[in-house]
Design a binder for this molecule. Structure first.
Ligand SMILES: [Zn+2]
Length: 410
């Protein structure tokens, strides 16, 4: 395989990936005006349903424009020799592989993030604002960006430097060391995410004594589950949309509830949501997700190792000097179809796990408050009640509201 042929394969992958997204979005959009499914009647009144349809349509148009600009920018950048331009710029500062790669990625990632800012801004301050979801201030938006860049710069910089170092020292075995590094790193973030990363962006507090805490304690005792770490974070700082999630393992395992969830739901409904989260833990979904991501990463890195045996492949993106970082980008694009497939499989499992966690909540607590909670959460975030099955299959990590209610009532 010559870099020339790879170049055309890269173009083909970029174009077909874009078209697949386009087709799926189009299929989904065709169902925007479908009537509300029988079982979900009453969730939206006439006015709210029209609002939800407008919200879907607006997001759809926005998504098309965003996708089109990103796709065009990537293609033009590739065809016009953008990678070579950035590479020679980075090379003019340093020819050493590590600083050279750091600068190369810093420029490319920063530029693509800048390109995305007007879209994020529009989405937050125009669309979400219009439908009453947005709580983010301009100041929060900007500080979030800056914190994100600093965090990505430090973490990404250290990891990339180490990987290149492994490549220089261990040659084709570098994938193994990188795999160990990634595994340790994801183990670390899994355990300490809530403790270290979340506080950078949100305020975290312990749940207060009261009706809710008593209800939670009763549930935890009933199922014999140690639930001492329940935190509330100020999700309302950014959006009215509510959420809850399980994180950590061992003594660090904890449940995080958004304050928006606490404000919107009755205590019994919150316990039901919590029971669902406990279900993820008890049914070993957390463990499964971790192990499968380690395995998938290992396979990906192994193939990357084979690919990087010939650094000339990297020149397929139009750079003159073969390098690790150019090879990494070429590989990243060539690997898209496979990562799409693994994404489909992961989404499939994720949806199955949602059913299992729902069933756990049903059997250890009750389905009625969970159904009520799901309905309220859908209402308050104007969820799409009629997504296209193909769209759900490709992108949804959760079953649709209708599917979940049917399963809970079964
Ligand atoms: Zn879940």
């Amino acid at each position: 395989m010559t870099p020339d042929i790879l170049f055309y394969i890269i173009i083909f992958i970029l174009v077909s990936d874009f078209i697949i997204d386009l087709v799926l979005c189009h299929l989904n959009a065709k169902k925007f005006d479908a009537p509300i499914p029988e079982e979900l009647k009453g969730i939206y009144d006439e006015e709210a349903y029209i609002r939800s349809q407008n919200y879907k349509k607006e997001n759809h148009k926005f998504g098309l424009l965003n996708g089109f600009v990103t796709f065009t920018a990537t293609l033009v950048f590739l065809l016009a020799g953008g990678f070579e331009l950035v590479d020679s710029l980075a090379r003019s500062v340093s020819e050493e592989p590590i600083p050279n790669a750091l600068l190369f990625f810093a420029i490319i990632l920063f530029a693509s993030d800048l390109l995305g800012i007007p879209f994020e801004w529009y989405h937050t301050f125009i669309i979400e604002e219009k439908y009453g979801f947005n709580k983010t201030t301009r100041q929060t938006f900007i500080t979030d960006k800056i914190k994100g860049w600093i965090l990505a710069g430090i973490v990404g910089g250290v990891i990339l430097s180490l990987i290149i170092l492994f490549f220089q020292v261990a040659g084709s075995l570098f994938w193994l060391y990188t795999w160990i590094l990634f595994t340790l790193f994801s183990l670390f973030t899994m355990v300490f995410y809530s403790k270290l990363i979340v506080p950078l962006f949100n305020k975290r507090s312990q749940i207060e004594e009261g009706e809710l805490k008593t209800a939670i304690r009763e549930y935890a005792e009933k199922i014999g589950f140690k639930l001492k770490n329940i935190f509330i974070i100020d999700g309302s700082k950014r959006s009215t949309k509510a959420n809850a999630y399980f994180s950590g393992i061992g003594p660090e395992k904890q449940i995080t509830l958004y304050d928006t969830l606490i404000n919107e739901l009755e205590p019994s409904e919150i316990v039901a949501v919590l029971a669902h989260e406990v279900g993820h833990y008890k049914r070993k979904h957390i463990l499964f997700n971790f192990i499968s991501s380690v395995v998938v990463t290992g396979i990906t890195l192994f193939i990357l190792g084979l690919f990087l045996n010939n650094l000339d492949y990297g020149t397929a993106i139009g750079v003159k000097h073969p390098s690790f970082h150019a090879g990494l980008i070429a590989f990243g694009i060539l690997y898209t179809p496979i990562s799409r497939l693994t994404g489909l499989v992961m989404n499939y499992f994720s949806r199955r796990f949602e059913y299992e966690a729902d069933a756990f909540a049903k059997h250890t607590y009750s389905e009625t408050p969970l159904i009520e909670a799901l309905k309220k959460l859908s209402q308050n975030s104007l969820t799409n009640l009629n997504p296209h099955p193909a769209y759900v299959f490709a992108y949804y990590s959760h079953p649709t509201l209708l599917q979940r209610i049917k399963q809970l009532k079964a």
